[in-house]
Design a protein around this ligand. Structure first.
Ligand SMILES: Cc1cc2nc3c(=O)[nH]c(=O)nc-3n(C[C@H](O)[C@H](O)[C@H](O)COP(=O)(O)OP(=O)(O)OC[C@H]3O[C@@H](n4cnc5c(N)ncnc54)[C@H](O)[C@@H]3O)c2cc1C
Ligand SMILES: *[C@@H]1O[C@H](CO)[C@@H](O)[C@H](O)[C@H]1NC(C)=O
Ligand SMILES: *[C@@H]1O[C@H](CO)[C@@H](O)[C@H](O)[C@H]1NC(C)=O
Ligand SMILES: *[C@@H]1O[C@H](CO)[C@@H](O)[C@H](O)[C@H]1NC(C)=O
Ligand SMILES: *[C@@H]1O[C@H](CO)[C@@H](O)[C@H](O)[C@H]1NC(C)=O
Ligand SMILES: *[C@@H]1O[C@H](CO)[C@@H](O)[C@H](O)[C@H]1NC(C)=O
Ligand SMILES: *[C@@H]1O[C@H](CO)[C@@H](O)[C@H](O)[C@H]1NC(C)=O
Ligand SMILES: CC(=O)N[C@H]1CO[C@H](CO)[C@@H](O)[C@@H]1O
Length: 779
């Protein structure tokens, strides 16, 4: 199938080709047996290996810990959470040692596993940096089954690593007094942190590795037996951590508890310590110039109503507008979303009134499908009926980013749902899953960032098992949010002024943090819930920077009038056009113009938005049709958040028009993926390039398949369907990859075209041959 499709290289179609090769490859994957999902996925920080990608562990600049498992083995599924937790626990160590897993139950990996001499599962092998292809790994027999033990094992392996050791691995051996004295002469860093500890403690080495990706700081361990230094600094506690500048200038690092997590927390956030490769955040980043949105001062430990109202505006007026009609699962999602908002949104009376009116309107809709423009009319006309008003435009406050591409909407979405879970608990809700289900459905049906949606969906699979009371719902959302933070720390989407940390940090909630017996960090569940219930409570939400209600009403009315006027004008124009002979064309134009008119209203509404968040504004941007940049090499246009970029024009009346715009979307999507999943995306994209030559889809690693599915789902959603899982396409979603009819029919079309082309060639040559024969036969 794939081969046939990719053989269609008619020049005029070549622009579409790359895309449809992918489509075809995915179709091919459907025909072949769907490989099993395995125990690890893209949301885990474990590199999923397979027969093709296993070569990555050879001659790599980092060492590898590889787990060989079988999906069906009970011990393996029991061990998988440990391996995942370990991977996220040591995710900062990746440049020195990376974590991987390989599913030996997968037919295609059988040969590889045999080659490594794997006989039982789970097995763990250590591959030092720069291992050769013929090296079968160092078996770690009787390995510990807990995170702490495994982490120490990794350190032991790194310490005994033979040359050449991983270049990124910092020195782990204890420092001597002489070394410390000459340190600043030989090194150009600002901070030197010394962890004083006993010979058998691992804390120092763990902190050294935790800080390995940070610049402007060096961490060394000093043993308690180093009497000279110990007495010079007057060290009495082991372990303890000191910041050392000169023999007379040093200070003890103030921490809540003397343990690894607290040292790392504190050191990573010292002034001028930055993650390597990230631009050093300039202080004046936050002082905007005249042309930009002014910076709104805010308290970082508070929640602002302005963010929540902006999130509502953006989701209801911009994000939803990507769906011209809403039905099926998407309609259910919308009903649930509006329903929890009506019940629990702790807003101003005017906003609550507007939400209530929209909720009632939705309830009155008995059809199986609604049009977005009707929904929008219902939302906007609440101001005319005096039921309330949802202010238009976005004003981020607590969710401001230091650059337009950072924070904003996704930050406010998190905040909104945290507030809703807390509010549901406070108002005595009896259904613990109400909010989380509404969130899951909203995110999966509408959230503009499609990869986020699929990651969230896979994280939220187990929600109904874990959440039994409204207060565990609060806890659940917090813990998933922290998992996302851990995965995204250091990614290009991270705002350097708002680093992604495990939240709340010790200074914000000291009681939330605790230590287990072995010195492992732990969260005090009850304290965290209590903290969240206070932090996100409705009484604490600040009303600063909110638009005045009267102002909002006046603005909304003006917008409605303007939209109405424009409608009248276009109607009149359309009628005039209709009177000319080509009536049919006229009608088409009218339809089209009505679409534009909606856009115009949306644009008008989004006037206040900082650049980049206005999805509708985006649609106006002309794109030179001739130069289609390659999706893989284009650099991102500055100043646009990835989610804004994909939300482009929604209701084109003509498919041809739509196709062109969708292509732009694809470019943006790739950028997004590139930005957000640097490493994973590179893996996946290179795999995809290979994909175009061969159709060995089932052998792809899970993460790659997932990535592709995401890419594909997103393209598909944009290309054809106003909502992701329309009922009419049951058979397609049954196959677990949502295909749109257009994709399938284009593939079939290509197939037919290539067949036609081949037939034509065949007929041509046959004719020619016959003519020649006739000529020869002539005397
Ligand atoms: C459902 C969902 C899935 C997402 N998936 C992805 C993804 O896969 N890839 C991607 O690149 N981006 C994803 N994002 C976006 C990403 O999580 C951030 O929202 C975005 O990068 C902006 O980050 P931020 O710095 O504003 O902090 P955010 O993570 O948005 O947090 C907002 C605020 O909430 C508070 N907070 C932080 N952690 C917690 C916590 N654990 N509990 C309670 N409050 C907390 C802090 O005050 C923080 O400033 C997703 C967003 C959502 C809503
Ligand atoms: C291993 O990688 C280095 C550079 O990273 C390269 O010079 C060397 O040739 C590679 N060795 C093999 C056997 O591939
Ligand atoms: C630290 O302990 C190891 C073994 O536990 C021992 O071999 C080594 O000599 C000790 N080093 C010091 C400085 O005591
Ligand atoms: C100690 O060194 C730090 C960093 O160089 C400096 O900021 C601080 O002022 C110094 N303190 C004293 C007392 O000299
Ligand atoms: C170290 O910090 C200083 C500011 O104190 C900064 O100018 C410098 O760029 C930082 N170095 C690195 C490598 O980030
Ligand atoms: C002001 O902001 C605009 C838009 O971001 C930018 O192009 C311009 O260079 C900035 N000017 C200064 C002086 O920073
Ligand atoms: C921010 O809010 C907290 C809690 O209300 C308060 O203690 C703190 O002083 C505030 N910070 C600023 C800078 O206003
Ligand atoms: C109103 C209500 O039911 N609040 C509950 C929220 O959850 C906590 C448990 O953490 C309960 O104690 C409250 O009663």
């Amino acid at each position: 199938m794939a081969r046939r499709c990719s053989a269609t290289s008619l020049p005029q179609l070549s622009r579409l080709k790359g895309r449809y090769v992918l489509v075809c490859a995915l179709l091919a994957a459907l025909w072949s047996s769907e490989a099993q999902a395995g125990l690890y996925s893209a949301v885990d920080q474990v590199l999923v290996l397979d027969a093709d990608s296993v070569s990555r562990i050879f001659n790599a600049s980092s060492a590898f810990m590889v787990e060989f498992y079988a999906t069906w083995c009970g011990h393996c599924s029991a061990f998988a959470p440990v391996w995942k937790n370990l991977a996220s626990d040591v995710s900062e160590w990746k440049p020195a040692v990376d974590m991987a897993a390989l599913d030996c139950a997968d037919e295609n990996n059988r040969r590889v596993c045999t080659g490594f001499g794997i006989t039982g599962y789970p097995s763990i092998k250590f591959f030092p940096a720069y291992s050769g292809e013929d090296f079968t790994g160092e078996s770690l027999r009787e390995f510990p089954r807990d995170v702490r033990g495994l982490r120490r094992l990794i350190i032991d392996k790194l310490e005994s690593h033979k040359e050449p050791s991983p270049p990124a691995c910092p020195p782990l051996e204890p420092a001597s007094a002489a070394e410390i004295d000459g340190f600043f002469e030989n090194n150009n860093v600002q901070h030197l942190a010394l962890v004083f500890e006993e010979n058998n403690s691992y804390v120092g080495r763990e902190v050294i590795l935790d800080l390995l990706q940070y610049e402007n700081i060096t961490v060394r361990r000093v043993l308690s037996s180093e009497k000279d230094l110990v007495s010079r600094l007057g060290v009495t506690d082991f372990p303890s951590c000191y910041l050392y500048y000169t023999p007379t200038n040093y200070s003890r690092l103030p921490v809540l508890s003397e343990a690894r997590a607290f040292y790392s927390y504190a050191l990573q956030r010292l002034p001028s310590v930055v993650r390597a490769g990230r631009p050093y955040p300039a202080i004046n980043d936050l002082q905007r110039n005249q042309t930009e949105e002014p910076w709104r001062e805010f308290n970082r430990t508070r929640v602002y109503m302005s963010d929540l109202e902006s999130a509502l505006h953006y989701s209801l007026r911009v994000e939803l507008s990507a769906h011209s009609t809403i039905s099926g699962d998407a309609l259910t999602a919308l009903r649930h979303y509006v329903s929890v908002l009506t019940k629990y949104f702790p807003g101003r009376p005017a906003v609550k009134g507007a939400l209530k009116a929209v909720g009632n309107w939705l309830q009155d809709q008995k059809e199986t499908q609604i049009s977005y423009s009707d929904f929008r009319t219902a939302l906007d006309s609440t101001v005319l009926s005096g039921e309330g008003v949802l202010p238009a435009g976005v004003r981020w406050v607590g969710c401001q980013g230091s650059r337009p591409q950072f924070r904003g909407y996704p930050c406010a979405v998190w905040t909104l749902f945290h507030v809703l879970t807390v509010e549901a608990n406070a108002s005595g809700s009896t259904d613990p899953l109400e909010i989380l289900q509404a969130m899951r459905e909203y995110v999966s049906s509408f959230f503009g960032c499609r990869p986020c949606a699929s990651h969230f969906a896979s994280m939220a699979q187990d929600v109904s098992d874990d959440v039994t009371t409204p207060s565990t719902a609060v806890w659940w959302l917090w813990s998933r949010h922290n998992r996302v933070n851990s995965r995204l720390a250091g990614e290009p989407s991270e705002d350097p002024h708002f680093p992604k940390i495990q939240w709340p940090p010790p200074e914000l909630c000291p009681k939330c943090h605790g230590l287990m017996l072995g010195g492992e960090h732990t969260w005090n569940k009850d304290e965290v819930i209590a903290f969240l219930r206070n932090y996100f409570s409705s009484e604490r939400i600040l009303p600063d920077y909110l638009q005045e209600e009267s102002e909002a009403v006046a603005q909304q009315k003006a917008l409605l009038t303007a939209a109405q006027q424009q409608k009248d004008t276009t109607r009149r124009k359309a009628r005039e056009t209709q009177e000319t002979p080509s009536t049919q064309l006229g009608q088409e134009e009218e339809e089209e113009e009505e679409e534009e008119e909606d856009e115009a209203a949306a644009v008008a509404t989004e006037e206040e938005e900082p650049e980049g968040m206005g999805g509708a504004t985006e649609a106006k941007e002309p794109h030179p049709a001739g130069e289609e940049p390659s999706p893989l090499v284009q650099t991102p246009p500055p100043g646009r958040p990835p989610w804004a970029r994909r939300r482009i024009s929604r209701r084109p009346a003509i498919v041809g028009l739509k196709l062109r715009q969708t292509q732009e979307d694809i470019v943006d999507l790739d950028l997004f993926v590139n930005q957000h999943y640097k490493a994973k995306a590179l893996r996946a994209l290179s795999a995809m390039a290979e994909q175009q030559q061969e159709d060995a889809e089932e052998r792809r690693p899970d993460s790659v398949r997932r990535m592709k599915r995401e890419l594909f789902d997103q393209q598909e959603a944009l290309l054809m369907e106003p909502y992701p899982h329309p009922q009419g396409k049951r058979w397609m979603s049954l196959l677990s990859v949502g295909f749109s009819r257009l994709d399938v029919s284009l593939c079939v079309l290509f197939y037919l075209l290539s067949t036609l082309c081949l037939t034509a060639m065949y007929l041509y040559f046959k004719l020619k041959w016959r003519l020649r024969r006739a000529k020869v036969a002539l005397p």
